[in-house]
Design a protein around this ligand. Structure first.
Ligand SMILES: [Ca+2]
Length: 228
């Protein structure tokens, strides 16, 4: 019984700590390259082109570079840490590629209507420029989250990444997350570590609390026996 309670508590603890990220390749570590017109590989960064240069581009695994922004060419730069440090792993995404480009990327994922989710990501700005702004949009049947972030304090020595976090409630079985640069200097918001995690229902929190209480009780009794 004690072992059983202990296992249950540990399992629940592991589940609460191991966040179930619904976003594929949220750290932008995985990609393919095929050359023009989809990408240009500069070595320490790769420029991925979307519309109007290509119909859409899925070379950035999990993501679609799509849409357009004000008629500008849509492209983003995947930047290696050798140029400036990523927040996680070796790569981060500059939302503005060419001068004049305002990148638009999106990813859809399965959701449960009525379930609460947390979107989080890290953002800085390409230190070669003077800062950038990006729209953050989450849509299901309707708009679930519409926000904007700006950043202008990054340097190659200290990217000074900020962490964004906001909740939304799904209203359909598929939800789409979209990031769109709204500035186009060619040195935009740097994006990394994108996550969407379901927020546990109060019922599972109660189960966790009960299991944790059981574990505490077991430890207390064990301690009491040891000192007796
Ligand atoms: Ca990364």
């Amino acid at each position: 019984m004690k072992a059983c309670l202990l296992s249950a508590a540990l399992l629940l603890l592991a589940a609460s700590q191991g966040r179930a990220n619904l976003i594929v390749n949220g750290s932008f570590e995985n990609f393919t390259t095929s050359g023009a017109p989809n990408d240009t590989n500069f070595g320490n960064f790769i420029r991925f082109f979307g519309p109007p240069d290509t119909a859409s581009n899925t070379e950035l695994t999990g993501w679609t570079i799509t849409g357009s922004s004000g008629g500008n060419p849509n492209n983003v730069d995947l930047v290696n840490s050798s140029l400036y440090p990523a927040f996680a792993g070796n790569w981060s995404l500059d939302m503005e590629g060419n001068v004049g480009a305002s990148g638009v990327i999106q990813q859809s994922f399965a959701t449960t209507p009525g379930q609460l989710y947390q979107l989080s990501f890290a953002y800085g700005n390409n230190p070669s420029g003077s800062g950038g702004t990006m729209q953050v949009l989450v849509t299901g049947n309707g708009t679930l989250l519409d926000d904007s972030v700006s950043h202008n304090t990054s340097s190659a020595a200290n990217m000074n990444y900020n962490l964004f976090s906001a909740d939304f409630t799904a209203d359909s079985s598929t939800t789409t997350l979209q990031f769109e640069a709204t500035t186009n200097s060619g040195f935009g918001v740097v994006l990394d570590a994108v996550e969407v995690d379901p927020i546990p229902e109060p019922a599972s929190l109660t189960a966790w609390a009960l299991a944790a209480a059981g574990l505490a009780g077991w430890r207390w009794r064990k301690g009491k026996r040891a000192t007796a």
